[in-house]
Write a protein that binds this ligand. Structure first.
Ligand SMILES: Cc1ncc(COP(=O)(O)O)c(C=O)c1O
Length: 384
């Protein structure tokens, strides 16, 4: 590709940014550089800057360049998982005595990392509903260094105002981190709205095929990028070449997949809304959803995640999750195949008893890209 990839539209960047044909062989697809180390032409004379696989790998670099291009960012650092990326951001910024503000509907694993690991290292936190800016403002203290926001949230699909949160955080010398896993850069670009760092579980929509675990942190700050690079290299939280390659391959079709995820989710929501056994449907595309207007402003569309509550309580919700055929009962989300889960017993078991506890009659769907009519029929028979 001749021009700067960043001048192209999103779909084109997804396929070309960081992915020039291999200069030596012409390989159109970025090779999987399955190696742990790199030959040096003399002590310290590195070819293209690579020395050791934990520190850097060309396949990983290609994936990082593509992701940075999709988020319109200067830097993206890939990690071995979403949690490894979150850990690096948290430890990159926070020191003992520091404080962070966290949403009351955050991913359970993020809460566990903060509550069970960072708290022991002297980091304090306050949990607030991120959509309530007055509560966020009240929770920020002089020691607050980070505001951690997920939007849409997992599993209740809450929406927070990224631009307003960035203003609040920056007014107190804190940084805003946005976990953009649910939206992906195709639907939402938090850095453009003022966020300092975006984190991803690339395991989800970016990889998109449920065949790889990975994470990434994306930023425009050179200092933050250097810190993340240092931490990843120091702790060894680097993704392998094949995992980086799978993620890169998934990212190429992100826009096509996201459009279909959104189409299917909208149809599933329409079907659920009129079902007598469904009490509430959580989807930001719904005009009645608390965050709908905001979502329409800061997102391109509303995503493929849908949650709902069952009229007959927890056991009935568990039964639905056990009875679907096309929706596979499994943790995770964002793959081409539809998944169903019970957050209270599965992904969010770690928040039981905390302010982040989720309703016990809640079912979460990751709506895949199968035929929408088939998906709806599957849900209907499971709800009977
Ligand atoms: C919103 C969100 N952030 C972060 C993570 C953690 O990512 P990983 O499982 O890749 O470590 C998850 C995992 O489900 C998630 O849903």
């Amino acid at each position: 590709m001749v021009a700067d990839p960043n001048t192209y539209s999103f779909d084109t960047r997804a396929i070309h940014a960081g992915q020039e044909p291999d200069p030596e062989t012409g390989s159109v697809i970025v090779p999987i550089h399955q190696t742990s180390t790199f030959a040096q032409d003399g002590v310290g004379a590195l070819r293209r800057g690579y020395e050791y696989g934990r520190t850097g790998n060309p396949t990983r670099t290609a994936m990082e360049q593509a992701l940075a291009a999709l988020e319109d960012a200067r830097h993206a650092q890939a990690f071995a998982s979403g949690m490894a990326a979150s850990d690096a951001v948290l430890r990159g910024v926070l020191r003992p005595g520091d404080h962070l503000v966290l949403g009351d509907d955050a991913y359970g694993g993020t809460f566990r990392l903060i509550d069970k690991v960072l708290a022991d290292w002297g980091v304090d936190y306050t949990v607030v509903p991120m959509a309530r800016l007055d509560e966020v403002r009240a929770a920020i203290r002089p020691e607050t260094k980070l505001v951690w926001c997920e939007t849409p949230t997992n599993p209740l699909l809450g929406i927070s105002d990224i631009a307003a949160l960035a203003e609040l955080a920056h007014g107190s010398d804190a940084q805003l981190v946005v976990d953009n896993t649910f939206a992906t850069p195709y639907l939402q670009r938090p850095l453009a709205l003022g966020a300092d760092v975006v984190v991803h579980s690339t395991t989800k929509y970016l990889g998109g095929h449920s065949d790889v675990v990975g994470g990434a942190a994306v930023t425009n700050s050179d200092t933050m990028a250097e810190q993340l690079f240092f931490l990843r290299n120091s702790t060894g939280a680097s993704p392998g070449p094949f995992d980086s390659w799978l993620t890169l391959r998934g990212m190429k079709t992100l826009s096509v997949r996201m459009e279909r995820h959104c189409d299917n989710a909208e149809e599933v929501v329409t079907a659920l809304r009129s079902h007598p056994k469904v009490t509430s449907v959580y989807y930001p595309g719904e005009p009645e959803h608390d965050g709908h207007e905001l979502a329409a402003k800061q997102m391109h569309r509303f995503g493929g995640m849908v949650s709902f509550t069952h009229a007959d309580g927890e056991q009935a919700a568990l039964d639905v999750a056990a009875r679907t055929h096309l929706f596979t009962l499994a943790e995770s989300l964002g793959g081409i195949e539809s998944l169903i889960e019970h957050p209270g017993r599965m992904t969010h078991a770690s928040v039981a008893g905390s302010r982040l506890q989720v309703p016990d009659n809640l079912v979460r769907l990751s709506v895949g890209i199968e035929n929408a009519t088939d998906l709806i029929a599957d849900l209907r028979q499971a709800l009977e």
